[in-house]
Design a protein around this ligand. Structure first.
Ligand code: ADP
Ligand code: ASP
Ligand code: MG
Length: 440
């Protein structure tokens, strides 16, 4: 069994969907194909939810009309036979009818998740009609029947496995299954999702649950690049990454992978390959247990970081001080990314500001607080970094013009992180591209 996940751009145009059909029928291996929504759809669904949340029904209604027209045109170009066009348009009409019913009822958070789920439901249904039109035997598996998260929004591979096996066992003679990325059910049984970009996470969870031999993530670029291609000009694809390296890059901002998408594949020992739909023969990036080589592999940047600094002379020679601080973050379920300490101060970073006010209130008695927003973590990721000569020297000599606010080194052998003001992000990524990779 293998998993093939196609992202938004890979299904975003009718001709791309045609190509996806070719890619999944190149071999006869049994496979589960995980699809995202068409590119742009989830953003549009977010806009509909936002308009409804502010009570602006007419804006929501006109966004729905425009989206429907797009799907109408899409189906016209995707399918050639009139009966399959009618079938697809009837299926899609049900989803727009649903969106229009939501316009009439009072809006809440659970409904917003229902709205967000429509994108993947529609892309998979249209793709299924196309596969039938060209005579490809397949089954559509409803992700809402087997993908789930618990009350802490965590998925459990073994639960997913039990339900997925039940679905698969209904079709012993089918080799191609198609399912939705991103969507799932929560502990209350409601429709929910794995957060933006979550189809990668679905693919990895399904790969783990199905004990697949390979999890292929097909996207619009030929693998994980050494630096953010949206920010710097010259980047190149990395041949091989370890799970640990890939997880660090995903967590620290490499958008090609959802932040949580590595652990299921790693825990259940499924190799992951990142591939380019537009360039299917390119090797892409293989992600396995072994790093393959030593030294710096890639740089990623995570924006929207908040630095919290607590200065207190009571910290001097005291024990238990850090525990009390950490307990505040634990209480508000806010993970800490970076931390540095001195005898009289501790600086740490968070990326989730939803409970910041309460956290600050509770930290206040511990000392003098300083909160700085709009910071960026730059993660330098690789293998055996501590054993690699001159990494730090090259790093810091490259950054001559950038003020570095924090440094984290030695916590993991795969990551050196620095904290900078967000306004220096582009400059920093460019300087490091030159200093660490010799690229301008
Ligand atoms: P999909 O819709 O297929 O899930 P995404 O847009 O989520 O695709 O992810 C692919 C994009 O990730 C690329 O187009 C690229 O701009 C961006 N990206 C950011 N950092 C990296 C990186 N280090 N390597 C490759 N792509 C990256
Ligand atoms: N469609 C969802 C999103 O845009 C999930 C995904 O594409 O991975 O976030
Ligand atoms: Mg993505």
């Amino acid at each position: 069994m293998k998993i093939m996940k196609f992202g938004g751009t890979s299904v975003g145009k009718p001709e791309r969907m045609h190509q996806v059909a070719q890619l999944i029928t190149r071999d006869t291996e049994r496979k589960i194909v995980v699809l995202s929504a068409l590119s742009g759809t989830t953003n549009t669904l977010v806009q509909i939810g936002e308009a409804l949340a502010t009570g602006d029904r007419s804006t929501a209604a006109s966004i729905i009309d425009r989206l429907e027209a797009h799907y109408h045109d899409f189906i016209g170009a995707l399918l050639t036979q009139e009966d399959s066009r009618v079938k697809a348009r009837t299926l899609i009409a049900e989803h727009f009818e649903f969106l229009r019913i939501i316009l009439k009822i009072s809006f809440n958070d659970a409904l917003s998740k229902d709205i967000l789920a429509q994108g993947e439901l529609m892309s998979t249904k249209m793709f299924s009609v196309y596969l039938s039109e060209i005579g490809v035997k397949h089954e559509l598996l409803p992700a809402l029947e087997f993908m789930s998260i618990d009350a802490n929004d965590e998925p459990h591979v073994l639960d997913i496995r039990a339900r997925l096996q039940l679905q698969l066992s209904k079709f012993p003679d089918v080799d191609i299954f198609v399912t939705q990325g991103y969507i799932c059910r929560n502990a209350r049984g409601e429709v929910d999702n794995l957060k933006r970009g979550g189809s990668d996470y679905t693919a990895s969870l399904v790969a783990a649950a199905a004990a697949a031999e390979m999890c292929e993530i097909w996207t619009d670029i030929d693998g994980m690049h050494n630096n953010d291609p949206r920010v710097v000009n010259k980047t190149f694809p990395i041949d091989q990454l370890s799970f640990d390296e890939a997880a660090e890059l995903a967590y620290f901002g490499a958008k090609i992978l959802h932040p949580a998408s590595i652990w299921p594949a790693q825990q259940f020992k499924v190799p992951v390959r990142l591939l380019n739909t537009m360039q299917p023969e390119a090797r892409g990036t293989l992600i396995v247990e072994e790093a393959g080589s030593q030294g710096v592999k890639a740089i990623a940047a995570k924006d929207g970081i908040i630095e919290v600094r607590i200065k207190s002379s009571r910290m001097l020679l005291a024990y238990g001080f850090l525990r009390k601080i950490f307990e505040v973050f634990e209480k508000y379920r806010t993970p800490i990314d970076m931390i540095t300490t001195s005898e009289v101060a501790v600086s740490l970073t968070i990326d989730n500001a939803s409970n910041l006010e309460a956290i600050i209130r509770e930290l206040d008695p511990f000392g003098e607080l300083e909160v700085t927003r709009n910071q960026t973590i730059i993660a330098i990721v690789g293998n055996e970094l501590a054993q690699t000569k001159d990494v730090l020297a090259r790093l810091f000599s490259a950054l001559t013009t950038v003020p570095v606010r924090m440094v984290s080194y030695g916590g993991s052998n795969h990551n050196i992180s620095i904290l900078i003001d967000g306004e220096h992000k582009k400059e920093t990524l460019q300087l490091l591209n030159r200093g660490l990779f010799g690229l301008d």
